[in-house]
Design a protein around this ligand. Sequence first.
Ligand code: FMN
Length: 342
Amino acid sequence: MEFFADRTARGGAVLAPMAGYTDAPFRRLCREHGSAWAVTEMVSAKAMARGDRRTELIGAPYPGEPDLVIQLFAADPDEAATAAVRLRDAYRPAAFDLNMGCPVRKVIHKGCGVQLMRRPDRAAAIVRAIRGASGLPVSVKTRLGPDEVLVDEVADAVVEAGAGALAVHGRTGAQKYAGRADWGPIAALAARLPIPVLGSGDVADPADYRARRRLGVHVMIARGALGRPWIFDEVRGGAAPPWPRAAATLLRHARLQAAWYGEARGVRSLRGHLARYVAPYPEGAALRSALVRVDTVAQIAAILGRTAPAAPEPPRPAPVRTRATMPRSPHDPGDGGTRCPT
Ligand SMILES: Cc1cc2nc3c(=O)[nH]c(=O)nc-3n(C[C@H](O)[C@H](O)[C@H](O)COP(=O)(O)O)c2cc1C
């Protein structure tokens, strides 16, 4: 069975791509907690095609990462093909994902992201190019449309081109994050398309997950996983951890960040997650103001010390990285690293 059909058949939710967040350390935590697969931050096909090394590292797996799915944003089929082959040869991913949802001006001005929804033929050509060149399955992640809803036409075009799965964020690009995500059109697609359809938008807890699954749609979770990587266990019937275990996971996240980015950068880039980890727990919330000022893993361990048991296992060593080749931290976008903050 093809990758996406096989993994969706096994159940659970999928970590959605989030630029600035779904880096190797966070994907690792989410996978360990039951995410069915996990998608990287988006990688510029144009920058990859011209051989930009910093861009390539955005797609890098953690050691032994299974089921790596690398998201590309592209407007040109040839660049997408070149990028896919380079990334396949460097990292052996299980599949690629094509970004057709990013509404950021810098991305849509290049004809990428949600702008590609206006050109279903071009989108289909890019799917064909990635599949043909890499020999790997390709999923597509869209919104409902750029400003009006036109996901049906796009969906038909990419299915025809051989896409293995379709993920749809239930808002238009113009909406960005305003209002509630509309899962109605996503359920209609799931009912009629021959490939797995995943919905995205506003799934914050297991009850939201179950409600969306009842629509016949598979589920991606983005913001709901921030500071809560165990949400993937929860949607499979597990319980949320008590504070000591949550604190141990936070500490492990810090150690993984330090191993991946180096300590200063790793701890700095953890700040986007910290407040979300502690907020639901009274014991944790009391530590928040101390945690947001930390610079080292030892400081985090000391602050959590009274409440966090020792991490269950040390992080695996990350590949050796020089300063010049380290992937960007979420707070330090590189030239190939167009961020999609929305
Ligand atoms: C900070 C941030 C970065 C995002 N980056 C990407 C991205 O690079 N590619 C993409 O397809 N979607 C991206 N998204 C959209 C999410 O994958 C998801 O569709 C959206 O956040 C709605 O789901 P949620 O309500 O579960 O967050 C991003 C969302 C956020 C909040």
